[in-house]
Design a protein around this ligand. Structure first.
Ligand SMILES: Cc1ncc(COP(=O)(O)O)c(C=O)c1O
Length: 404
């Protein structure tokens, strides 16, 4: 069980806005006090570069930076040299597609994607497809979900890459990755997982999944902005050339040739996001302390409560009534989601309205956008109550307009 009152003590924003009703954690989570303190501590009392200095302060910064690599590796059940720090999930997904996709794919090869992908998971592969002549194929959705049966319909001996979301950022459905990965490996394909919406909310074990690569952002797990992780199996990282060049990733540089460091360092060009990486471990420690199973169950409880309330309100269309995670996508009939969102804003409720950087999902649902409420560790029943009351108000208000 999660004690939300206790949890909220770790978020200074609730001191300033005690009535905050924040339902947009799928976009970005609120920031933990421990994370902010850690960043401020480095900035105030250290501020030196990593991997370069030959003095104590720089050693300290390097140690703290590298400690996060260990913490992330343990969190994912990976090895620390399989963890690359990036600027975020999009950057990690792009890094993989650019480094592996552009160098190893060719005409005749196939990439499997889905209509549930966030732009950052699909567009890099669309680019690879356009540049290399490889074909991109989409898993036909069944009840808006990815199924093993339908995955088999697009898997062929030519499949080289499977690039899928773990949890849809619009519909919250969980992709049956374990079985998909097993099938992909049987034809020799590589699987990269967009774990932006799973890592903050459920236990993810890369060994158990056996995925080849996986990406996520720190800011969705109460960590700092501007930092993310690319995990990839070591043999894959060894094979992949650096995407960017310069700075600390170099080993030897001559007029006509160069060598660079081993992975993961060959992918970390220039001065990295030092305070952010250092602080990321605080978010992971917090998630571990609370327990990801507790977090998952807490969100599901709030979500079920909210769905129950929404179903009683006229003119509400829910797009993912049966999803197992803390994301609800819905609309008020005949109302632009941005118009509806103003009612929530007037009630001091933060939720998302629009296409959620997932236009393929919008095309699939045949809508211009949706309203999205997403729950996390600091939400409680009172938040659900406020959300339902505001939805009643929106439904009533826009019904009046429709009748005019
Ligand atoms: C499923 C999914 N993938 C990728 C991303 C991109 O993450 P970022 O903007 O942190 O790079 C997001 C962010 O919303 C997401 O929800």
């Amino acid at each position: 069980m999660i004690d939300v009152k206790e949890i909220r003590k770790h978020f200074k924003i609730y001191e300033k806005y005690p009535d905050l009703c924040y339902l947009d954690s799928a976009a970005s989570a609120l920031k933990l006090k421990e994370v902010v303190d850690s960043e401020v501590n480095y900035l105030n009392y250290n501020g030196t570069n990593v991997h370069r200095g030959v003095y104590k302060l720089s050693y300290d910064a390097t140690n703290s930076y590298e400690e996060t690599r260990e913490v992330v590796a343990k969190f994912l059940n990976a090895k620390s040299d399989e963890i690359v720090f990036t600027r975020g999930c999009s950057d990690a997904l792009n890094m993989f597609a650019t480094s592996y996709g552009l160098n190893f794919l060719k005409k005749g090869d196939e990439i499997i994607s889905s209509e549930l992908e966030h732009h950052s998971s699909q567009m890099p592969w669309l680019n690879v497809s356009q540049k290399t002549g490889a074909t991109i194929k989409y898993i036909p959705l069944e009840n808006d979900q990815i199924t093993i049966q339908n995955f088999k319909k697009v898997l062929t001996k030519n499949t080289k890459i499977v690039a899928l979301t773990h949890v849809s950022n619009v519909l919250g459905y969980i992709t049956p990755l374990k079985e998909i990965i097993k099938l992909a490996h049987e034809v020799g394909a590589i699987v990269i997982v967009d774990a932006a919406q799973s890592i903050p909310h459920m236990k993810v074990d890369v060994k158990e999944l056996d995925c080849d690569a996986l990406a996520f952002s720190a800011h969705k797990m109460m960590g700092p902005t501007g930092v993310g992780v690319l995990y990839a199996k070591k043999k894959l990282l060894n094979l992949m050339p650096p995407r960017d060049f310069g700075g600390d990733m170099a080993e030897d540089v001559y007029l006509d040739h160069m060598t660079y460091k081993d992975a993961p360092y060959k992918f970390e060009t220039g001065t990295p996001m030092i305070s952010e990486v250092i602080a990321l471990k605080e978010a992971i420690k917090f998630l571990d302390n609370v327990g990801l199973d507790n977090i998952y169950n807490h969100e599901k409880y709030l979500r079920d409560l909210a769905i129950k309330g929404l179903k009683e309100i006229p003119n509400v269309i829910i797009y993912n009534e049966d999803c197992p995670t803390g994301i609800i996508s819905f609309n008020i009939k005949g109302t632009h989601p941005h118009d509806a969102a103003s009612v929530y804003d007037n009630n001091n409720i933060c939720l998302r309205a629009g296409h959620h950087c997932a236009e393929l999902v919008m095309h699939h649902l045949n809508v211009i956008g949706t309203l999205r409420a997403s729950f996390y560790i600091y939400n409680d029943e009172e938040d659900v109550k406020k959300f339902i009351e505001a939805t009643k108000e929106a439904s009533e208000f826009f019904k009046m307009f429709m009748e005019d």
